[in-house]
Design a binder for this molecule. Structure first.
Ligand code: WT7
Length: 673
């Protein structure tokens, strides 16, 4: 057990387990009062109706699932994040320090300037015909225009849908289509480490694909990010592109005059003030797509009031944020972590954060540590996969930098293994920082199971206890609640303010995915164990989902891409454990009759998955499988494939297989990995 450092605990917002238990109990017994008190920190144009503060149904047998917080209230999120901070005298405070891919390229933005830019861009969006309820897709690198674009949407009640700028044009097209987006915001391109990504070209392909399916995007707004870098040529040594003779050509992107405009041209004449549109508590705030086990991505929908108070409260307590702290979350805004803990949570607390465009490995493998040193970071939030990849480079790179300002370290995305936890704690945190191993999901909107830095004694690898308002249970196969020690399905008994409300355009799928398995409970899809001290240990997905470097994807979506190849008859994908990525993709391929399984096919298949889903989805292993292990009814036995992938001969009972000899054959064909 690792106890919070006393100095940290003395100042902490939640300073002891007794206080945590008291607050948690109140949040469960009197949710309306608990969250009502917290809501007072924010500005409400109209207040909530007191006896309708919180209502929900989690029981399908009683009708449709619904979740409502603060009915009757109206507010504007950008107003609470920006105007309120400026009005209270924090206009000159830094909201974001921006650190570019190149260490010589950096800037900063105060709250006042962020408000101005947000208003300006909100006016640009209005001039493009965007109004309340319209969808805006954002496909951008981690530059300041990204949070500005998100906030500008909230200013006018438009719904943003940020798509991670590592997704392929197919994935982007699918998301543009599903959300029926009016406007797309992107950049000409971006350098990630030494790699150049031409984002505008990917957007052009995606828009063309969406058009083929009958959707016409109205406008594409392009930030001249590469062009800006090229203009710096000569002024600055070392900035990417300068050593590269083709840099000017790169910035010459293709252009459709009827659709495409430059961000800076539009911003030039835009007014720097924009009256906020007051949104009802349950009006949509944003859609964020996440992988679904059937292959088609799910548009997770979050709404206004509940998300705001939950993002703000989790940020304050889980990172124990105090004025003067410098917080840094390494997540990309393309993921939920970037929404809640780069943009909404920090700004709702008037915090100062670092936004980083680049990678941990450029220009050297100590980039993270040098950034912590440079900005005197106090809270550092990252992912186990990043920690594991940095561990490989040895301790010296960490020790070279002063990390003495750090107080709280956060981890998110997958279970953190003990070795990585200890390295993070001892080396990065000098054995004096608390580690917040935060369990949550795109769907949960914010942390749901997490330690609080000043209160919770830590056990490496355990996400510990529920946050305020959260009531977890472990269920067995038959839906019976497991009391005390045990392992089962991790579910939640009731909603907290920041949880998703529906899947965009598909409430039926929302109900089927999360509420059908166990009546009366939200089902996370993860398994968890409760130990003798009541600590929760999330063990990982128990559905057909894979977690590669913290990116969630489904076996089905990868399988369907593989099966499209003309030489492939059938594909089955499982996960295999990987020392850095956590899990990696292991694919079994049955070629069509007459087709050979060779090196060329393997290369083509890997390339196809990269192109169709994104580079992060590239399979590590492609194995020949003349037949797949199936039951008599034709169901593929993934459990056995996982064993084969792991090289574990302990297959267990094979009597349900239609053909038991398959297993031996697949072991023989297993490549050396
Ligand atoms: C899945 C959600 C939440 C933002 C990042 C991912 C896994 C996440 C932890 C953790 C164990 C974790 C779960 C979850 N996961 N955090 N601290 N310990 N597992 O969001 O893409 O929606 O993925 O990530 O399997 O269901 P996401």
């Amino acid at each position: 057990m690792y106890y919070p450092n006393l100095e940290l605990a003395r100042e902490a917002h939640c300073a002891s387990m007794e206080q945590y238990k008291r607050m948690h109990e109140k949040s469960i017994k009197e949710p309306a009062q608990f969250w009502g008190e917290i809501a007072k920190q924010f500005y409400w144009e109209t207040p909530a109706i007191e006896d309708k503060f919180f209502s929900y149904n989690f029981d399908l047998s009683k009708g449709d699932i619904f979740i409502k917080w603060m009915e009757g209230a109206s507010t504007n999120i950008s107003f609470n994040l920006l105007d309120k901070n400026v009005k209270s005298g924090n206009g000159d405070k830094i909201a974001f320090y921006w650190e570019g891919n190149d260490p010589e390229d950096y800037s900063r933005l105060t709250y006042r300037k962020l408000l101005e830019e947000t208003c300006r861009f909100a006016n640009v969006l209005k001039s493009k015909g965007v109004s309340v309820g319209d969808k805006v897709v954002i496909y951008m690198p981690m530059i300041l225009e990204l949070p500005i674009a998100m906030l500008a949407c909230t200013r006018i009640g438009a719904i943003h849908s940020v798509v991670f700028a590592g997704y392929s044009s197919d994935s982007l097209a699918e998301r543009i289509l599903d959300s029926k987006a009016k406007v797309l915001i992107t950049t000409d391109g971006v350098w990630r480490g030494e790699k150049l990504l031409l984002l505008k070209n990917i957007c052009d392909e995606a828009v063309a694909k969406a058009k083929k399916h009958g959707h016409q995007l109205e406008s594409c707004i392009v930030v001249a990010h590469l062009r800006r870098l090229n203009n710096l040529q000569g002024k600055m040594k070392g900035v990417n592109g300068t050593s590269n003779g083709t840099s000017m050509d790169i910035a010459n992107v293709s252009w459709d005059d009827d659709r495409d405009v430059w961000w800076h041209d539009e911003m030039e004449d835009a007014e720097a003030s924009c009256y906020p549109v007051w949104m009802a508590a349950e009006d949509p705030l944003f859609i964020l797509y996440t992988s679904g086990s059937t292959g088609k991505p799910k548009g997770v929908l979050h709404t206004t009031a509940g998300y705001l108070i939950y993002a703000a409260t989790t940020f304050k307590y889980v990172f124990d944020y105090h004025p003067g702290d410098i917080y840094w979350c390494t997540a990309d805004c393309g993921w939920i972590t970037g929404h809640t803990y780069v943009v909404y949570g920090p700004l709702a607390n008037g915090a100062t954060s670092v936004i980083f465009e680049g990678t941990p490995f450029y220009p050297e493998n100590d980039r993270y540590w040098s950034i912590i040193d440079k900005y005197k970071v106090t809270q550092f939030y990252t992912a186990p996969t990043a920690i594991r990849s940095l561990m490989k480079f040895g301790d010296e790179l960490v020790k070279k930098h002063s990390l003495s300002t750090l107080k709280v370290l956060g981890s998110v995305g997958e279970p953190i293994n003990t070795e990585a936890w200890l390295w993070f704690y001892n080396l990065v945190g000098h054995s004096k920082c608390s580690i917040a191993d935060t369990f949550w999901q795109t769907e949960t909107g914010g942390h749901v199971i997490t330690p609080l830095p000043g209160a919770t004694p830590m056990k490496p690898g355990s996400a510990t206890f529920p946050f305020f308002g959260v009531l977890p249970e472990l269920l067995d196969e038959d839906g019976r609640v497991i009391e005390g020690e045990g392992e089962g399905y991790l579910v939640f008994r009731r909603p907290w303010p920041g949880m998703m409300r529906t899947l965009y355009g598909n409430h039926q799928r929302f109900q089927n995915t999360y509420f059908d398995r166990f009546n009366g409970f939200y089902c996370t899809g993860d398994g968890a164990r409760r130990d003798a001290n009541g600590y929760l240990w999330v063990t990982g997905r128990i559905d057909d989902m894979l977690n590669v470097s913290g990116h969630l994807m489904s076996t089905a979506e990868v399988e369907s891409v593989l099966a499209e190849h003309s030489s492939v008859a059938e594909a089955a994908v499982v996960s295999k454990s990987h020392p850095v990525k956590g899990q990696c993709l292991y694919c079994f391929i049955t070629p069509n009759t007459g087709m050979t399984f060779d090196e060329k096919l393997q290369v083509e298949l890997k390339k196809k998955v990269r192109e169709r889903i994104g580079p992060f989805a590239q399979p590590d292993v492609i194995q020949h499988a003349p037949v797949l292990p199936k039951t008599r009814s034709g169901k593929i036995m993934r459990r056995m494939l996982r064993k084969i992938a792991a090289g574990d001969r302990n297959i267990g009972d094979t009597s349900t297989l239609a053909d038991e000899t398959v297993i031996q054959l697949l072991f023989e064909l297993r490549p050396c990995v």
